[in-house]
Design a protein. Structure first.
Length: 128
């Protein structure tokens, strides 16, 4: 099961009341964890991707700098062009969400280069 982490159920059989157990289950499900057929906890969400996680450059981090290696640059682009503000205003007003504008070529290239670099750094393999 590549990409799935299975861990022992840390709360099974510890005398938890049903309501308390349901609360634990709701919190874990929201965190990307569920129960398998043996009632053991398992990870059901993605991890280790630039879409879901935030990475920092270790060499810069050791110097006290935080060089983020994630899709944050996409978030910042959409904030810069005002899309995020329009999206939040539409949600607040109960209006349909505005269409997501396509990324310009230079941002696409930057995102592509970042994801390729992360792949190579995390796996030790060349992308192409």
């Amino acid at each position: 099961m590549n990409g799935v982490l299975v861990v022992r159920n840390p709360v099974a059989g510890r005398g938890r009341a049903q309501g308390e157990w349901n609360d634990v289950r709701r919190r874990l499900t929201a965190a990307g964890v569920a129960f398998d057929e043996r009632r053991e906890l398992m990870l059901v969400d993605t991890f280790g991707t630039a879409d879901e996680d935030r990475f920092w450059d270790l060499a810069a981090y050791e110097k006290g700098q935080q060089v983020e290696l994630s899709k944050e640059l996409v978030r910042q682009y959409y904030r810069k062009i005002g899309y995020h503000e329009r999206l939040m205003a539409a949600r607040k007003a109960g209006r349909p969400e505005p269409g997501i504008p396509p990324l310009p070529d230079n941002v696409l290239k930057e995102v592509s280069d970042l994801y390729i670099s992360l792949f190579e750094r995390l796996t030790g393999d060349r992308f192409r």
